[in-house]
Design a binder for this molecule. Sequence first.
Ligand SMILES: [Zn+2]
Length: 294
Amino acid sequence: MCASPRSILPLLATLLLALAMIGAGVPAWAAPRIVAAENFYGDVARQIAGPEALVTAILTNPEQDPHLFEASPSVGRAVSAADVVIMSGLGYDPWMASLVKAARGGERVVIVAADLAGRRAGDNPHIWYDPQVMRLVAARLADVLARRDGAQALAIQQRLAAFERGLAPVDARIAALRLRFAGRAVTATEPVFGAMFAALGMAVRNAGFQRAVMNDTEPSASDIAGFETDLRTGAVAVLVFNSQVSNPIALRMERLAQASGVPVLGVTETMPAGQSYQSWMLQTLDALDHAMAH
Ligand SMILES: [Zn+2]
């Protein structure tokens, strides 16, 4: 049977597009396809792989709880087609581990940020609040891409250097805040910001409470009482909460902090739209500085 003109048209369009790309010298076949489980890794991938790379980020909405995410079939197809997959690990994105296992055809490199950073099961999974982790991810991705396409090695190296320059103000801000606030007692309703608190040398209280809220379980009576005492007596310089997840007990602590005159700061675990990883970190550090200055 003859194909109808209607079914030939898309084929023709694809062929013309391919010819146009060859004509324009665009190496369409070499552009790496990168799928990032979370959008901050997607941003790093764009910075390292350059404008021709096809980067897809899956978790992009700072209004949704990433711990409750379920992947649609289209995500599975993107993973099957990917040359490189970047994920956090530590049980933060188990859906991606399943999709990688189920992926069909081809070879793909899987970069697990937690493994690069030497984190172990049970560690705080919100590791991207540590810029050192992002450095490791960027360097590994640069290495993978340069091996894949040696002709791009120099350009990739230059973009990695630009990524590092972009991180320098973040490092400087952390160092400056650390000088002022290291050793200060702080608290949080969840361990989202824990890696940054550690980088700042702050003494984080109420770890048991935070773990329970993160795991969607009820904090113990003594954990709650300890948290309330810290707020009522002003034993902590700031309360950080996860503005991406609503939880009644966390909300109760936010309100108690406000009533007790303890500064409150909301942070997200997904990068807000219009930010780069570096600008997101700087904005969050500015907000912390502002909150603690009161
Ligand atoms: Zn979380």
